[in-house]
Ligand binder design. Structure first.
Ligand code: 8YV
Length: 315
């Protein structure tokens, strides 16, 4: 049987490539210098796209591939895929939910704890001799007993809330409606009201047009000069210019960010700030989770060409 041809939008670790190449002919789009020429050469053979959470398949790409059957996303977020175009073209879409949930929540917690206790600055204090020369590190305020808001109580939001509860924080959340499984937590429908009530605000929403810019000037200012914003979802959920303005003017206390508009080309305004903790979109970046994500990408593609049910379909 001829191996199905797959268009690969972004790089994967070697352990994934080995498995994918055994079963498929992989066309490395991300390595092509002349993307249009590369595409016009391989387009008629392509039956699948393997992409990454943040790297997309837009309408023009979907339309350029007449024999496309499936888009397999390496990530839980599939906002970079044009779902309407995929549906119109009868193309299936899969993602990698569940396997990354706890790691993403863990990075959110790690950022909150590190930022609020000044872990990075304190490490520098030791290394640069300030401890010996200047004395004690400036005191920080505590996390336990504080109010935390979770904007989006989906799988990742739930794991964040559980972790915060274990840290003896008071949990508030916003979602489309009150959740039965969250009886011990306080539901606040409006994100601005949520931000007013809490010291820490986690953004754990799905990305996409419905939530674009939901954390705008109003939410950010409601969180206030003592507040901390933690984003482990999609950059598009936050109005980045409003965020930068608020961080610069100290209208917002602190932001911990794993995602950025136009990443990896992060706005240099962030680099001048001392009230941010910046991470390179790696909340799902553990070896175990990335292996599980890669396996799901492969399993979904294989299921499609074996005419079996897709393990984790979106569409
Ligand atoms: C990325 C993600 O896919 O799950 C998502 O939606 O954004 C991430 O897991 C991952 O960083 C690979 O690029």
């Amino acid at each position: 049987m001829e191996k199905p041809h797959i268009l690969q939008i972004g790089p994967y670790p070697d352990w994934d490539m080995e498995r994918l190449e055994q079963r498929f002919v992989m066309h490395r789009y991300f390595e092509a210098e002349d993307k249009a020429a590369f595409l016009s050469e391989c387009a008629p053979q392509i039956r699948g796209i393997a992409t990454r959470g943040e790297l997309g398949a837009d309408m023009s790409l979907i339309e350029a591939l007449p024999n496309l059957e499936i888009i397999s996303v390496y990530g839980v977020g599939y906002d970079a895929v044009d779902l309407k175009a995929a549906e119109a073209a009868g193309v299936r879409v899969t993602n990698t939910p569940d396997v990354l949930t706890k790691d993403v929540a863990d990075l959110g917690m790690a950022m909150m704890l590190a930022a609020s206790r000044g872990v990075i600055g304190a490490e520098e204090w030791v290394r640069t001799g300030s401890w010996k020369n200047k004395g004690l590190y400036p005191l920080k305020s505590r996390v336990f007993g504080k109010n935390v808001g979770v904007l989006g109580l989906g799988r990742i939001g739930y794991e964040v809330a559980r972790r915060c509860a274990a840290f003896d924080m008071e949990i508030h959340y916003s979602d489309l409606e009150e959740r039965d499984f969250a009886k011990d937590w306080i539901f606040v429908a409006n994100p601005v009201e949520l931000a007013k009530k809490v010291d820490f605000l986690f953004v754990t929403l799905t990305g996409g047009p419905a939530t674009k810019g939901i954390v705008g000037k109003e939410v950010i200012e409601a969180l206030g000069p003592e507040g901390m914003l933690i984003n482990i979802s999609r950059a598009s959920n936050i109005d980045e210019v409003a965020l930068l303005d608020a961080l610069e003017s100290k209208a917002l206390g602190f932001a911990c960010l794993d995602v950025f508009d136009s990443e990896p080309d992060v706005d240099p305004r962030f680099f001048a700030l001392d009230n941010v903790l910046l991470q390179p979109h790696h909340a799902s970046g553990t070896i175990e989770t990335r292996k599980a994500m890669g396996k799901l990408v492969y399993d979904n593609l294989a299921a499609q060409f074996d005419k079996k049910p897709l393990p984790t379909p979106v569409l």
